[in-house]
Design a protein around this ligand. Sequence first.
Ligand code: SAH
Length: 379
Amino acid sequence: MTPLSLLIRRKIEAEGPISVADYMALALAHPEFGYYMRLRSEEHDPIGREGDFVTSPEISQVFGELLGAWLITAWRSMGAPRPIHLAELGPGRGTLLADVWRAVTAIAPDFADALDLHLVETSASLRARQRTTLAALPTPPSHRWHELLDDLPPGPLLLVANEFLDALPVEQYVADAGIWRQREVALDSARDGFHFALGDAVDPIRRPDLADLPEAQDGTLAERCPEAERLVTRLAARLVVDGGIALFIDYGPTRSGVGETLQAIRAHRRTHPLVDAGNVDLSHHVDFERLAKIAVAARGRPWGPIPQGLFFGRLGIAERARTLEAASPARADAIRGAIRRLVHPGRMGLLFKVLAIGHPAQPAPPGFAADGSALPTSP
Ligand code: SAH
């Protein structure tokens, strides 16, 4: 057992089984032993080829460059307010922000000048990594860190978050004789590991957000991510008042559905989510349709979700790739391979989705069709 597994075992011994969301929160964010909190730089980075998983900004600089161009257009369509806050949620190694910064300083110095950069990051070790990445830029931007989205100063806001929502704790429910019951994590009989167990029936009075769990056959599993829902509610409300737009990129279906998506990854392989707490990455698919409806309920305007391949295709990823290939022919194969990984439907192009949430008066942001959302505009 890892030190964190022992700690969770003691908690369950003292208080009884815990929810899947509480287990996930401890496994990722326990201040000392959580997966993202540990001083992993001594061992290895979680993100990257040597680590446990590779994210899009780590695959190709083009990802951040095109998002930089997207941000410039979004800013101009807002009337180019100055200053403009640009925040990233969960910046990982800081690669995306560095690529965005390189692109915008090159093509839109007026935008770069107006930018006030914010990194929302809870992990001290990843903050240190982000500092190093940004400091290595030719003209390093000034920037600030925050624990929470709510800590950002008021004012017009551009926000990006890649593979952030999937790391927020997910709750699971199991349909049992016509009622939904919370799925919990309990000690197994030998007390040296954990297993899933069924907890209390959900109370739709105490948890009105669960009242719309669908009717389902016994044994069906459903997931909800209340933290993502609260975040989108507050963000949309803020964008309506202060102006701006947010872009979320993550994996998940286009339509809400049921079924288990909680997964554990270690060194690029799937493992059991309840084993080796603190040493494996836990994540889940993002329910974009639900988040888009929540944005509408908070008076925001969702765009998408649309597949990552389609979005970056519309932003001109093929043209950008050709320019890079022409500039460094020796790397042409590597560049083409990286782009393919980002946009091919069999790789990240279809499973990954892009959802924008903006002020209701915001014109169609680049990459989203002018007729707007694929979703109804009322909940
Ligand atoms: N966006 C990066 C990293 C994704 S990993 C990339 O694409 O490479 C998830 C990131 O979110 C990490 O930086 C992690 O420390 C951060 N994170 C996870 N939960 C968080 C929370 N509740 N608040 C702030 N940051 C969080």
